[in-house]
Design a protein around this ligand. Structure first.
Ligand code: NAP
Length: 276
């Protein structure tokens, strides 16, 4: 029987509705609404769309938006000053600096100046350290979205063999850390892994975060496995043949993709609650 699809679009909608209800309850209890500050430098249309969609999603759940747009010729120090101001502003619960930035602005270095308690992307070194050490903190959105998909489908992670293909800071490493924290036995693969197919065949839970369309052959999927395909916009997994062997599988699009913004909203509320 072909695998059941994991409907990320529907689950993301559920998460967004839950965040909306939780924000309402938070405000009804007398708190200020959570606030999400986005900082966009320059006029890249793709980045502008991305920032706009995050701000719209925030507004829909009652999160206050602080949408900062700076010209392409702004200096590094001006962006640094804005981030310091946002760090100090109690109305701002979460801060996102949209990358890439123009060449005179060192975006990655500036990202590291964001207060870790407002780091709703969960990607700064302090947030990564907190994740790896199992301390409370903000977790990266896409990896957290993957864990949410697994949780909503009651996938047992304790003792499970989890194989993650990809070791990026954005997805592969943090999702591996989250799976480990959930007591899975985690193997992380990358471009130098020998016999990738053999390693994948061991997986009860297989996470593909590579960006090479169709790299994961359908017959690398163990019978009854759960397959999470992070590939975007094209799937990393050969979908049709993998579906014949898996128990659960994410489609691309409509699987992991919609979860990222949903988890960003949840992180922003969590940051506001932790700061109160
Ligand atoms: P990335 O930074 O390019 O990392 C890709 C990883 O895949 C690297 O660790 C690389 O290994 C590994 N890799 C490349 N070719 C390989 C091969 N032939 N065999 C085994 N491993 C190989 O990519 P990323 O940022 O993690 O993104 C991965 C995919 O997820 C992309 O399609 C991206 O668009 C998508 N994505 C989706 C979302 C979302 O849906 N919300 C969010 C983020 C990313 P090395 O480390 O050895 O180079």
């Amino acid at each position: 029987m072909p695998a059941q699809l994991i409907d990320g679009k529907a689950i993301a909608q559920q998460v967004r509705a839950e965040v909306r209800a939780d924000v309402e309850a938070w405000v009804a209890a007398g708190h200020e609404p959570p606030g999400l500050a986005t900082v966009l430098v320059g006029d890249d249309p793709g980045s502008a769309l991305y920032v706009g969609s995050k701000q719209r999603a925030s507004a829909e759940v009652g999160i206050r938006g602080f949408d900062h747009r700076l010209g392409a010729d702004v200096s590094h120090d001006e962006v640094a000053a804005l981030l310091q101001q946002l760090n100090a502003d109690p109305a701002v619960s979460g801060i996102l600096l949209q990358l890439p930035t123009p060449p005179q602005v060192d975006g990655p270095a500036l990202t590291e100046t964001i207060d870790p308690d407002k780091d709703v992307d969960g990607l700064t070194p302090i947030s990564v350290g907190r994740l790896v050490k199992g301390r409370p903190g903000l977790r990266p959105c896409t990896p957290q979205g993957i864990l949410e998909l697994l949780r909503r489908h009651d996938v047992v992670l304790e003792g499970a063999e989890a194989v993650v293909v990809g070791r990026s800071d954005l997805v592969g490493k943090p999702v591996s850390a989250l799976l480990l924290a959930a007591n899975a036995t985690v193997t992380v693969c990358h471009s130098r892994t020998r016999d990738l197919g053999e390693v994948c065949r061991r997986a009860d839970v297989l996470v593909a975060a590579v960006g090479v369309p169709g790299l994961i052959a359908g017959d690398w999927v163990k019978e009854g496995a759960v397959v999470i395909d992070v590939g975007s916009p094209a799937p990393d997994v050969e979908f049709e043949s993998a579906r014949e062997r898996a128990r659960l599988i994410t489609p691309v699009p409509g699987g992991v993709g919609p979860m990222t913004v949903a988890m960003l909203l949840r992180n922003t509320l969590a940051a506001a609650q932790a700061a109160a």
